[in-house]
Ligand binder design. Structure first.
Ligand code: UD1
Length: 412
């Protein structure tokens, strides 16, 4: 019987692609069936990445779409159960910490199907993060847990997860970085469409955490800070649909936004004027004084460039040559560490502490002065020098396949 492999949201795809490749190459090969829950469904969040990563078309699509956490999780569970009954897999393999990860874990576990969790044990110790709940619960009931960093094993031990279930294999997301570096779309090409000079410093921005974008005042403050940072260096900002939705009430709808099919990055550039106004106007309900228009965007700063979400190869190209990255993404904290690019993380905590201890990551929170000082520091000193964490070597998927064959009693 196959291993039923689950993806649902964008950050799952770059983790699953190398795993499926390694399964096919393993001795003996591990049969896999790929299920896509459809948590992410926009072309820009979804199909573009499948194509860019060489992921096979999913064998099964559940098409659950968006909803409240309860609705989305419940929909995945309901649609996943009959699939499990039909496929009768040897195990279910889930990655990361999205709602689809937990939903499929719950269903499999209650049906007595072993669950394998890739990227286990990460903890922010912040239970207001939906992902933290997903991580804690998934790890409690998973049968085999693959970790990316040593701290994860400590976290799991503290929660009573038996050590026999845990394997330290490294970071499979970095496998994708290694495999695709050569294929990446050159940053020069993407920047040319934005009139950004690739020979001068420029920065890459992403933002989508509910804690940063769902509250109008918090978002306005971050946006104001980005506008100020953009006076120092051009910033390129592919906007996640969640963030776009929170910004939409301050700007006229952008026809190019989310219309997708944008194979060429040029086509993905949103209308500049409306993008600019979206970032200059504080959202309604902004706390007085949080961002004034003049503070946020003095003298027509056009240096903050909004794009639709970009595909993986475009993102990787941007990442490799950015002067700095400002983000609240988990994956980008890791990818910047792997690539040696200074990263400023707009959060108070991280579940990926190795990116701080060994990598190029710095937590800057949402305080304007702190963020701007960190940007200045990178521009003057070049920023934090890191080293590559253990097993972030591009071979993690191979280690997973080997361990899994052993665990399934198929070898060793
Ligand atoms: C999810 C993950 C998060 C991950 C992120 C990466 C959870 C709890 N969160 O957050 O860990 O970092 O993906 O992108 O699983 N939307 C679209 N098109 C899509 C998908 C979403 O327009 O294809 C919009 C919808 O308005 C939706 C909102 O984005 O309601 C949020 O989507 P959802 O999947 O619930 O969570 P993300 O914020 O994407």
């Amino acid at each position: 019987p196959p291993v039923l492999c689950v993806v649902g949201a964008r950050p799952n795809f770059m983790k699953m692609a190398p795993i499926l490749e390694a399964f096919a190459r393993a001795e003996p090969a591990i049969p896999a069936t790929l299920v896509h829950t459809g948590q992410h469904y926009d072309v820009a969040m979804n199909e573009q990445h499948f194509a860019a990563l060489g992921l096979p078309k999913p064998d099964i699509s559940l098409e659950v779409g968006s909803g409240s956490h309860a609705k989305q999780t419940a929909a995945v569970m309901e649609h996943f159960e009959p699939v499990l009954d039909e496929v009768q897999p040897a195990a279910v393999l889930v990655v990361g910490d999205v709602n689809s990860t937990l939903a499929c874990t719950l269903v499999a576990s209650k049906k007595g199907v072993p669950v394998i969790h890739v990227e286990a044990g990460l903890r922010s110790y912040d239970r207001t993060m939906p992902e933290e709940i997903n991580r804690v619960l998934t790890d409690q009931i998973a049968d085999l847990l693959f970790t990316t960093e040593a701290k994860a094993e400590d976290n799991l031990a503290r929660e009573g997860v038996p050590a026999e279930r845990v394997r330290f294999v490294g970071n499979v997301m970095i496998d994708s970085v290694h495999r695709n570096r050569e294929k990446a779309v050159s940053a020069a090409q993407t920047l040319a469409a934005l009139d950004v000079d690739p020979a001068k410093p420029w920065g890459l921005v992403t933002l989508h955490r509910p804690s940063n974008v769902d509250d109008a005042a918090v978002l306005a403050n971050i946006v104001g800070t980005l506008n100020e940072a953009a006076e120092r260096l051009p910033l390129v900002f592919p906007v996640h649909p969640r963030t776009r939705a929170r910004m939409s009430h301050v700007a006229a709808p952008r026809t190019t936004y989310g219309s997708a099919g944008t194979a060429a990055p040029v086509g993905a550039v949103s209308d500049r004027e409306s993008a600019r106004s979206a970032l200059q106007e504080p959202p309604e309900g902004t706390a007085p004084g949080a961002v004034s228009r003049s503070e946020a965007a003095p003298t027509g700063a056009t240096n903050l460039h909004l794009l639709d979400p970009v595909d993986y190869l475009t993102m990787l190209g941007l990442l490799q040559s950015a002067t700095l990255v400002i983000t609240d993404s988990g994956g980008l904290q890791e990818e910047t560490t792997a690539l040696g690019i200074p990263c400023l993380t707009v959060r108070e905590n991280t579940e990926r502490p190795i990116t701080i201890e060994q990598g190029t990551n710095t937590l800057v929170g949402t305080d304007r002065a702190t963020i701007l000082a960190a940007v200045d520091n990178i521009l003057t000193t070049g920023g934090k020098q890191g080293r590559i964490p253990e097993y972030w070597d591009g071979q993690t998927a191979e280690r997973i396949a080997t361990e899994l064959n052993r665990w399934l009693g198929r070898s060793g």
